[in-house]
Write a protein that binds this ligand. Structure first.
Ligand SMILES: Nc1ncnc2c1ncn2[C@@H]1O[C@H](COP(=O)(O)OP(=O)(O)OP(=O)(O)O)[C@@H](O)[C@H]1O
Ligand SMILES: [Mg+2]
Length: 263
């Protein structure tokens, strides 16, 4: 294969990123890249800064030092309008769902289509909403309000909303936490399908190493403000870094141990 064909487009590039929230230094020298069409899982213990990392990528949390490039655009240099254009190309699944309480499920999912000039008619929008709700196992809930949904159902609507406008990049913050194993498996499969069928680039923050092993091309571990390790799943679980091993062993009970042994 000629060298040029091997050049892969970088969708996210972070270099020496430092982010302090209040008096807490959360990110302290992040180096990370994500290629087009790649699924990167980001793991790490609770409170270590995974959500902050995603929000920095989405331009929702300011950073004090370093470079963050998304779709080739430098976030600290781009205008509000450029930032909006970048956001239009991405979907974000917030950890808590963050649905609009005053909108129905259908209105929540249709929202990203309505704020963009999607060129779709009202009927086409509703058809798309119906299909996406189907895909996340939420068919028939169009007219419910978020307060009528369980935590896991809200999460699935949040995922549907992030997928609705067919973004090129999707950032998921704990997409399967609070879901039962069957539903988690369906969401894991959906994450994989988005990439396999539509070439979407995805960054998935997760506590669930077993899921990450199934769908990720690479797993990166965040610890003390830095990406301390990053490798394809089968290599990641065998890295000798003690923090990685502690995380892998802590997660590796029952089926996962067998699963890792089979890799
Ligand atoms: N707005 C804020 N002001 C001050 N500190 C904050 C703010 N947001 C988050 N933090 C702190 O930053 C650290 C990282 O938080 P973050 O939510 O990114 O962690 P996380 O890895 O996503 O955790 P979890 O796995 O529990 O979701 C935490 O110590 C948190 O208390
Ligand atoms: Mg979080």
């Amino acid at each position: 294969m000629p060298m040029d064909n091997q050049k892969e487009e970088t969708v996210i590039l972070m270099a020496d990123v430092f982010c302090q929230l209040g008096n807490k230094v959360v990110l302290n020298g992040i180096e990370l890249f994500v290629r087009k069409g790649e699924i990167l899982a980001v793991v790490g213990i609770s409170g270590i800064g995974k959500s902050t990392l995603l929000k920095v990528i989405a331009g929702l949390v300011p950073f004090q030092r370093g470079t963050v490039q998304v779709f080739g655009c430098n976030l600290s240099e781009c205008s509000e309008e450029e930032l909006n254009q970048i956001r239009q190309r991405m979907g974000f699944v917030f950890q808590g769902g963050a649905l609009f309480d005053w909108m129905t499920v259908a209105e929540n999912v249709a929202f990203p289509l309505k704020i963009r000039d999607s060129g779709l008619t009202e009927n086409e929008i509703m058809e798309r909403v119906r299909k996406i709700l189907d895909a996340v196992g939420m068919e028939g809930t169009e007219n419910l309000f978020p307060e009528q949904l369980s935590g896991g159902m809200k999460k699935r609507v949040a995922i549907a909303r992030a997928l609705a406008a067919q973004p090129e990049l999707i950032l998921y913050d704990e997409p399967t936490s609070g879901l039962d194993p069957v539903m988690s498996g369906i969401i894991d499969e959906l994450i994989k399908q988005m990439r396999d069928q539509f070439g979407v680039t995805e960054v998935v923050v997760t506590h669930d190493l077993a899921s990450a092993i199934k769908f990720a091309d690479r797993i990166a571990m965040l610890h003390n403000g830095k990406i301390i390790a990053e490798a394809p799943p089968e290599e990641f679980v065998r890295l000798s870094n003690p923090v990685v091993q502690q995380f892998v062993q802590g997660e590796a009970f029952g089926p996962l141990t067998e699963f890792i042994d089979r890799l």
